[in-house]
Design a protein around this ligand. Structure first.
Ligand code: SIN
Length: 288
């Protein structure tokens, strides 16, 4: 087994594993260690069945079921969330245009998802890529005064405030939906429970910063969002059928990009890991 770096700071392609990912415990441990080291792992040429996809992901921890999108899961496998524009027997087989906009899975919940494993079943002939951001490098590159400003701070993640911004074509949230998706607060500087490293923890539902005047917090979030989206921090995954990427939501962001979904079909199967309460990082003293 070999890990070939994909980008200057993060990501590796895993070479030399069986296409159904049935690996022994020693091999699995090497993959898991590599995941904590590289944050995203790319596997190519896979031929996993849904059972194998679920079984491999489950070795990393308990799986999350997308209860709010049960009609977009694979029939018989509620753990497999389908991201797709395909229609079968007059019905969508999955969620269309899911994952557009930089985010981390479950960032708007008290306990966000630790990781996700996305497998390409059918891809368009062009575009439909996924962008990944190395949030450890983003944190490391922030100016010292910004790091100081963020230390000990939490961002407010709010579906209620940003639903209309991100989903202008959907109906507004009902009062019941608002009750079900209350605002949550997460540390902006997050310590990874396994690597111990600090990343900037941010996503598209972050709107302002606890304890800071709202306009100032918003402006800082907007600055951080733009800072994190610089091309130097991004790896672009151009999918081929049989590719799968396992990403760590605690230290990366990702974003699906568009394609001509009137002409082409894209079918992706995603398993999702349950997570842990985000840990506040205590950054090393930063020189004035
Ligand atoms: C996701 O955000 O889980 C989906 C990403 C993609 O479809 O590229």
């Amino acid at each position: 087994m070999e890990f070939r770096p994909l980008h200057g700071t993060f990501g590796a392609e895993v070479v030399g594993v069986p296409p159904d990912l049935q690996v022994n415990d020693a091999e699995f441990r090497r993959i898991e260690e590599a995941w904590f080291k590289y944050s995203i792992l790319l596997f190519r040429g896979l031929t996993m069945t849904p059972d194998q996809h679920v079984a491999f992901t489950r070795r990393f921890g308990p799986l999350h079921i997308m209860k709010e999108h049960l009609n977009a899961t694979l029939p018989g496998w509620p753990e497999v969330f389908v991201v797709s524009n395909a229609i079968k027997d007059g019905k969508p087989i999955g969620l269309k245009r899911a994952g557009e906009g930089f985010h981390t899975d479950g960032e708007d919940k008290q306990i966000p998802n630790a990781g996700s494993f996305l497998y390409a079943i059918e891809v368009p002939p062009e575009r439909g890529d996924t962008l990944f951001v190395d949030m450890y490098s983003v944190y490391a590159a922030l100016p010292a005064d910004v790091k100081r400003q963020l230390a000990g701070k939490r961002a407010r993640f709010s579906r209620i405030d940003l639903h209309n911004v991100h989903y202008p074509l959907l109906p507004p949230l009902t009062e019941q939906q608002k009750l079900e998706r209350p605002d949550v607060y997460h540390p902006l500087l997050r310590r990874h429970p396994r690597s111990g490293r600090t990343s900037l923890y941010l996503g598209r539902w972050a709107c302002d910063i606890e304890g800071m005047p709202q306009a100032e917090g918003r402006a800082l979030i907007q600055y951080l969002v733009a800072f994190a989206q610089q091309p130097r921090f991004i790896f672009r995954q151009a999918w081929r059928v049989g590719d799968a990427v396992l990403w760590d939501n605690r230290c990366t962001q990702h974003c699906a990009t568009g394609f001509d979904d009137e002409r082409h079909v894209r079918i992706m199967y995603r398993t999702t890991l349950e997570g842990d309460v985000p840990l506040m990082a205590t950054p090393e003293p930063i020189a004035a």
